[in-house]
Design a protein around this ligand. Structure first.
Ligand SMILES: *Cc1c(COP(=O)(O)O)cnc(C)c1O
Length: 378
């Protein structure tokens, strides 16, 4: 036996350098620095809450809530079947994830590794950098065009080492949206051995006639994966349910590495019931459209104070502050008035504030606080 005292005192497990290089994901906060509970407009959750049907299913009064002593269905059969029926997709081409976050990470891990590149736009979703680094690949950031994805710049950044391209459409935190023709052009310009992941976390907020066509690409192409979530319009962020669809060989790889029982009994029951309540989904979409329009109009009515709301197809608005009144002042002022929003210096956006669309009353009050502060700062 070797003498344990011969070990250097400082010896300890050495993390992989690509893991040590990760900055942890920063979630939207719900309390102020003083611990006060604030009205949360920082995480793009549904201000209408959750469908009452989903709530009931979650509490076990609905059918199929299941026995907590037993493992959940590892393949989420009922849920995948219902998703397939709703979206016209063969359930065999659907894989569930513990939130779409799990699937974004698995997509990078399955198709990229050390020496490879993972490409996305500047001001893309912050999980992409983590997903790239987690598997040892190199994150590559393509320049944006006025906060939106630029197809030519993205295609110009593809190299022989590019293995995965991520695009959130609509994008978080900018709200920008690539229309169908541009998305198709981006896909057509990518080598066929590059995995194109279209993250549609906010797709249900987009008008049906403005659909980006990603699900059609995922149905037809060998290299397109679309991810969706129950966290946003379905109001189930706390249950952690996401899904992805694409060619069977892609789904097969994700199934090999996902958590075997990754969707809990309650989450499967709640998501299934939520899917059944498309009335709630439609009401949430209508609420969002109306309140986003009204909020942007209220900002426009502020006049020339340097607040520029960027065009958004999602359930939030990113405001660029170009004048004397800064995003940091707005963030702190809103916090003083009981609202937590998302200021993004860590993502290279110290000039911007992202505000989730809340209830009508909340948006009126947020607009009033911003008006008051803009006038003082002038
Ligand atoms: C919120 C969000 C998600 C959803 O993550 P979940 O893990 O499903 O909660 C995915 N992508 C983007 C761009 C998002 O903003």
């Amino acid at each position: 036996m070797s003498d344990p005292s011969a070990q250097p005192a400082a010896a300890r497990p050495v993390p992989k350098p690509w893991i040590a290089a990760i900055h942890p994901y920063v979630p939207g906060k719900s309390t102020g620095t003083d611990g006060r509970v604030l009205i949360k407009l920082s995480a793009n959750e549904n201000p209408l809450g959750t469908s009452p049907l989903a709530r009931a299913a979650r509490l076990g009064s609905g059918a199929g809530a299941g026995d907590p002593a037993r493992y959940p269905d590892p393949e989420s059969h009922a849920l995948r079947g219902a998703l397939g029926a709703l979206h016209g997709i063969d359930a065999a081409r659907i894989v569930m994830g513990t939130g779409s976050d799990e699937l974004l990470n698995l997509a990078a891990q399955a198709f990229a590794g050390p020496g490879d590149e993972v490409l996305y736009q500047r001001y893309g979703f912050s999980v992409y950098e983590i997903a790239a680094r987690r598997c040892g690949a190199e994150p590559v950031v393509a320049a944006d065009r006025d906060y939106a994805a630029d197809v030519d710049v993205l295609l110009g950044a593809v190299t022989a080492r590019t293995r995965v391209v991520f695009l959130a459409n609509p994008n978080n935190p900018t709200g920008s949206y690539l229309p169908r023709a541009e998305l198709a052009r981006l896909h057509a310009g990518l080598p066929s051995d590059v995995l194109f992941v279209v993250d549609q976390a906010y797709a249900e907020y987009v008008d049906a006639d403005a659909e980006d066509g990603a699900l059609d690409l995922a149905a037809a192409a060998e290299n397109v994966l679309v991810t969706r979530t129950f966290s946003k319009i379905y109001g189930l962020a706390g249950e952690r349910v996401g899904w992805a669809t694409g060619a069977p060989h892609l789904i097969d790889m994700l199934n090999r590495i996902r958590g075997p029982f990754n969707i809990t009994v309650t989450a499967q029951a709640a998501a299934l019931a939520a899917l059944d309540d498309q009335t709630f989904v439609a009401a949430s979409r209508e609420h969002n459209r109306a309140e986003r329009t009204r909020f942007v109009a209220a900002l426009a009515a502020l006049g020339n104070h340097g607040l520029r709301p960027l065009p958004s197809e999602a359930n939030f608005v990113l405001i660029e502050f170009t004048g004397a009144f800064t995003a940091e002042q707005a963030y702190n002022g809103l916090m003083d008035h009981g609202f937590i929003t998302r200021w993004l210096p860590g993502q290279g956006l110290p000039q911007c504030l992202r505000i989730t669309i809340g209830t009508a009353d909340e948006m009126d009050r947020v607009a009033a606080v911003l008006r008051q502060m803009a006038e003082v700062a002038r």
